[in-house]
Write a protein that binds this ligand. Structure first.
Ligand code: FES
Length: 150
């Protein structure tokens, strides 16, 4: 993979005050810009906020929404919580794997889509649930999942 273009990094760093409390907001902005957390950006965040690099990595590792590897342009998440599991989320995940051409937990080789499992998203009444780029879709069937355009 080619090194990411980091020209936007100074602007992102300067968009927030140099306060340690800005660690998570900055990591979120960086994740949003590059769809992952480049090492160079993590080191720059540590310097800007004057916090140990280990702390930056600890916070980055804690939140599932943050990633050390690039995610796809589109993020498709299948809820695998108990209610969704009981309502057939495995079949939905299987249909998505087939139609999107990527295994659950992976990113397609062309970088267009990431398919990942998530725990309960708080919409159990709509089980089984799929989220696409943050939008919740409920009562999804395997057939409907196979028609998701990505
Ligand atoms: S278990 Fe899927 S939304 Fe709660």
């Amino acid at each position: 993979m080619a090194a990411p273009d980091m020209t936007a990094l100074p602007g992102i760093l300067e968009s927030r005050p140099p306060d340690p409390g800005e660690l998570l907001p900055l990591l979120t902005l960086i994740q949003g810009r590059w769809r992952f957390l480049p090492e160079e950006a993590l080191a720059a965040v540590a310097r800007r906020l004057k916090v140990p690099l280990a702390r930056v990595y600890a916070v980055a590792s804690f939140y599932k929404a943050l990633s050390f590897t690039p995610k796809g342009e589109r993020l498709v998440q299948v809820c695998c919580g108990t209610a969704c599991h009981l309502k057939g989320s495995q079949a939905v995940a299987g249909a998505l794997e087939k139609s999107l051409g990527v295994k659950l937990g992976g990113t397609r080789a062309d970088g267009k889509v990431t398919l990942e499992p998530v725990n309960c998203v708080g919409a159990c009444a709509l089980a089984p649930v799929v989220m696409m780029d943050g939008t919740v879709y409920g009562k999804v069937t395997g057939a409907a999942a196979a028609r998701i355009p990505v």
